[in-house]
Design a protein around this ligand. Structure first.
Ligand SMILES: [Zn+2]
Length: 110
């Protein structure tokens, strides 16, 4: 992997983290439970529970991705970065750019 590749991947990771952080903030905000004495009515309350569930799932996914990206950033300068942890082949740059948090090649990830 060239220095230019690493720079491109680092930029991609940082962009992705910048995008995820406010998104995670927003999801934390909307998954906060509504106080029981709020008079939003029974149907709205049911709606709200469903929405919170959906948003909690999205929050879990976004938080996991952010953690993966933070980890990828710490590994970027390691000589093993970009090498599949399973089979040891080089992971194509396109995949590293799309999913910098993955340490598996497409074949091993399946
Ligand atoms: Zn592999």
């Amino acid at each position: 992997m060239t220095e230019a590749d690493r720079t491109a991947i680092r930029r991609k990771i940082q962009d992705e983290m910048e995008r995820l952080r406010p998104e995670i903030e927003r999801l934390r905000e909307v998954t906060r439970p509504v106080a029981p004495d709020d008079s939003i009515g029974r149907l709205s309350r049911m709606d709200n529970i469903v929405n919170i569930g959906v948003n909690k799932a999205a929050l879990g996914k976004a938080a996991a991705r952010l953690a993966g990206l933070e980890y990828a950033l710490t590994q970027l300068d390691s000589p093993d970065f970009g090498t599949c942890a399973e089979c040891g082949t080089s992971i194509p740059l396109a995949r590293l750019l799309a999913m910098p948090e993955s340490d598996l090649c497409v074949r091993c990830a399946e």
